[in-house]
Design a protein around this ligand. Structure first.
Ligand SMILES: Nc1ncnc2c1ncn2[C@@H]1O[C@H](COP(=O)(O)OP(=O)(O)OP(=O)(O)O)[C@@H](O)[C@H]1O
Length: 231
């Protein structure tokens, strides 16, 4: 079966005073549809960089990245943005909701970007998604009027707005207390049950242990790749 994510000899370097810093050193990776993958490893070793390349947020310096049938290194910024909107839901550590918009409007936004659904259906779908994360009653509140855990649940609803096959999350519980982290954890478990492919950078051991596969990145290289039965 064709993997949903395929990386061949992917390098990423950044300009640095006096030269360039190589952050990823020739990563080769295949991830099948429906896998729940945790990316772990020490700080500053390239985990977020790897996630951003797979999500089409950043371009590789060299190598090939094929996600959901598209060779990302060949897409210009505009096509990449459209590709992201259709194929990837992104969840960040600091939620990244737009502060001037209600939770409902934040969830509608990715659907507005694609323009696939009529306006009324976008609103109905956003309300259903907010309901599914327990936030129907808070739909009209601004992000600043709800807790961090609620903001992250709204961000997960937003990530699902266009029903993407791939969800990527960078430290999704990193800024949450343990009760909020648990509820976010439960939502991710449901996503796995619904057949989404999940890729997550996390320092949260419980979350990493719930994954079916753990990739350890050290020094910009794939140091370990372990599969397991999810708990
Ligand atoms: N946009 C950028 N410009 C220059 N250097 C960067 C950029 N993004 C990341 N780096 C550098 O790349 C290296 C890897 O960063 P990355 O964020 O991928 O690590 P990480 O493993 O995710 O760390 P953490 O667990 O702390 O989030 C770091 O040295 C970082 O400073």
């Amino acid at each position: 079966m064709q993997p949903i994510i395929e990386l061949n000899q992917v390098y990423k370097d950044y300009p640095q005073a006096g030269g360039r810093q190589t952050v990823l050193h020739g990563i080769d990776l295949r991830i099948a549809a429906g896998e729940f993958v945790a990316i772990v490893g020490p700080s500053g070793n390239g985990k977020s960089t790897l996630l951003n390349l797979i999500a089409g947020i950043d371009h590789p310096s060299r190598g090939e990245i094929v996600v959901a049938g598209h060779a990302l290194q060949n897409l210009g910024n505009e096509r990449l943005a459209r590709w992201r909107g259709e194929h990837v839901g992104i969840v960040f550590q600091f939620f990244q909701l737009l502060p001037a918009l209600s939770l409902l409007q934040n969830v509608i936004l990715p659907m507005d970007f694609l323009g696939r659904l009529p306006k009324r259906q976008r609103r109905e779908r956003a309300l259903q998604l907010l309901d599914s994360v327990g936030l129907l009653g808070a739909a009209d509140r601004l992000p600043s009027q709800v807790s961090g855990g609620q903001q992250q649940r709204a961000a997960i609803a937003r990530a699902l707005a266009n029903d993407p096959p791939l969800i990527v999350a960078d430290e999704p519980t990193g800024n949450l207390d343990s009760a909020s982290a648990d509820s976010v954890f439960d939502l991710f478990s449901h996503l796995r049950d619904r057949g989404k492919t999940l890729l997550m950078v996390t320092h949260n051991e419980a979350l990493a242990d719930a994954a079916s596969r753990k990739l350890e990145i050290r020094g910009g290289r794939l140091h370990a790749d372990s599969h397991r039965e999810p708990r």
